[in-house]
Design a binder for this molecule. Structure first.
Ligand code: TEU
Ligand code: CA
Length: 539
């Protein structure tokens, strides 16, 4: 299972590198940066959707599953990407958005024409007179139902009205998806990320949206018919996941996926049972509890993904690090904390150079449909604009979507044309070029972490070692040990800016990884955001 010692790099193509200076990232731009990714040491690229789309949700609204968005390039360019990546030992993981299509998809254009159209049953239509079938809300805060005049019915969309949900209970839909997956496998891709996979088996009449009773039956069918024989890396996005559910999705018998994205940690700084915009301080004890459960409950029973960031999440060094006074130390600490755990790490573009959240000057600068809908929704609820902007500053998805900062030239070397979204103005001090020539940079730290997992003599203990949380009651120290036969390492992280005395001192054989100079023979305290990994075998 090659994906157990893989490291995945997520690319949001629109913001990665623009090769033809139209202000929009593209496939040839990615090809031009494959040497950088080889230098970083990753071996899988998760490519966010590159299919034709009207861009209501930046590609998560697909109008043709078996083609390439002309804004991003051509199928020929895509084939070159696969070939050039493979030359560098890098595999491509495609993003599959199969819970819904764009309303521009030919299937939906047909389906909405008449109730007896061949494609009508590809979607979820309900005849409920002149009122919606229910008061179900979409995740983008509008009604989940939109009226279709031609057939005098409402259709379901769990996201935007231009993202109608597919009806997975209808077998021809599943066959279409499997055919599409096979098409990309035949082109040489080696993995898939499944968008909101936990929603596909919804039972709308029973008001069940996530984790429908037939969900794992459909995933097993997809695995049996297409995935398993292709020896892929596969990951399902499951916002409602728990370690219990993760065990089913990542069953070692490979009857479903390699792993899932479990977001329990990512939900810890929002008020429970409220929206992501209702902010709450993170309690480190909660974070330790979630990671401890994931690590221990899936040990030899499943497999974890390890991530802080993605194209939907704020940047971790701004969110739970300290991008003002301890930018480098806290970025390295957060990366170290994650990368010595068991699982497959996912690095989101820019995370490896410590890119931060962006302060957008005005509402006109925002691009994300989720954010724009939230502003409308909260203004309608008379929530103060100051609070709305604070929530977006902390959690808005555009934070992660500003152009990658390559160097200190105009537009951060992303393009020579004004980009589709503004560049973060700290690009002159935070960029890849400057960090490639600084051995103490965040980038060099990520390179080390990746090499530990992929080709060091700690590879086995990182991939297979047991996990034991340490100092469980501390709300400042995040520390754990990994054991593999007579090898033992400990990871000690100070999650905050005040120095602290450790509950005990540690002697060690070797300092494996650190973000401050370590000279003392015994470790007994940690500096602000300090992380140290020690080889303590036989100590
Ligand atoms: O995201 C699923 C999803 O629900 C997240 O958007 C979540 O609601 C929130 O944004 C987390 O902050 C997937 C894709 O990753 C996302 O980009 C798409 O917008 C969404 O599905 C619809 O395809
Ligand atoms: Ca371009």
């Amino acid at each position: 299972m090659w994906w157990k010692h893989s490291v995945v790099y997520e690319i949001y193509p629109r913001s990665f590198k623009d090769s033809n200076n139209d202000g929009i990232g593209d496939i040839n731009g990615i090809i031009s940066k494959l040497d950088y990714l080889e230098y970083l040491g990753i071996n899988v690229i998760w490519l966010c959707p590159v299919y034709p789309t009207p861009n209501k949700d930046n590609g998560y609204d697909i109008s043709d599953y078996m083609n390439i968005n002309p804004e991003f390039g051509t199928l020929d360019a895509f084939n070159v990407l696969i070939k050039e990546a493979k030359k560098r030992g890098i595999n491509i993981m495609m993003d599959i958005v199969a819970n819904h299509t764009s309303s521009d998809h030919k299937w939906f254009k047909e389906a909405k024409k008449s109730r007896d159209n061949t494609y009508h049953n590809y979607y979820v239509f309900k005849d409920s007179g002149d009122a919606p079938p229910s008061d179900l809300q979409s995740i983008f805060l509008n009604s989940a139902w939109t009226y279709n005049k031609e057939t005098k019915e409402y259709y379901l969309h769990m996201f935007d009205e231009d993202q109608p949900d597919l009806n997975w209970h209808y077998q021809p839909v599943r066959e279409e998806i499997y055919k599409m997956l096979q098409y990309w496998i035949d082109l040489g891709i080696k993995g898939f990320r499944f968008d909101v996979i936990d929603l596909i088996a919804k039972e709308i009449d029973d008001n069940i949206i996530g984790d429908g009773p037939l969900l794992h039956e459909y995933i097993k069918e997809m695995s049996k018919k297409v995935l398993k024989k292709a020896h892929l890396i596969t990951v399902g996005e499951a916002w409602g996941a728990t370690p219990e559910k993760a065990k089913m999705y990542s069953n070692p018998d490979q009857s479903e996926f390699s792993m899932i994205f479990n977001f329990q940690h990512s939900l810890l700084d929002q008020e429970p049972d409220k929206e992501k915009w209702d902010l709450k301080e993170l309690d480190l004890l909660d974070l330790k509890k979630v990671f401890n459960e994931q690590q221990t409950e899936l040990y030899n029973k499943g497999w974890n993904s390890l991530f802080w960031n993605n194209h939907d999440l704020p940047r971790i060094v701004s969110r739970w690090g300290n991008d003002q006074h301890y930018h480098i130390e806290s970025a390295k600490m957060l990366a170290t904390l994650l990368h010595f755990m068991q699982g497959t790490p996912y690095i989101y573009q820019g995370e490896e150079i410590g890119m931060t959240n962006n302060v957008f000057e005005s509402i006109e600068d925002y691009r994300d449909i989720e954010t724009l809908n939230m502003i409308k929704d909260r203004l309608n609820k008379d929530i103060d604009m100051k609070d709305i902007l604070e929530s977006i500053r902390v959690k808005g998805r555009d934070n992660a979507r500003t152009p990658f900062q390559w160097n200190e030239s105009k537009y951060a070397g992303f393009s020579e044309h004004k980009p589709w979204i503004e560049v973060n103005q700290n690009y002159k001090t935070i960029n890849a070029e400057q960090q490639m020539s600084d051995k103490n940079s965040i980038l060099e730290h990520y390179r080390k972490l990746i090499s530990f997992r992929r080709k060091s003599n700690y590879k086995e203990i990182i991939e297979k070692g047991s996990f034991k949380m340490m100092f469980n009651d501390s709300n400042q120290i995040f520390a754990y040990e990994r054991q593999y036969f007579d090898q033992k390492i400990i990871v000690l992280c100070n999650f905050y800016s005040n120095s602290l005395q450790l509950p005990r001192e540690f002697t060690y054989n070797e300092v494996i990884c650190n973000n401050y100079e370590v000279t003392q023979k015994k470790v007994s305290k940690l500096r602000p955001y300090e992380s140290i990994v020690l080889d303590v075998s036989n100590q």
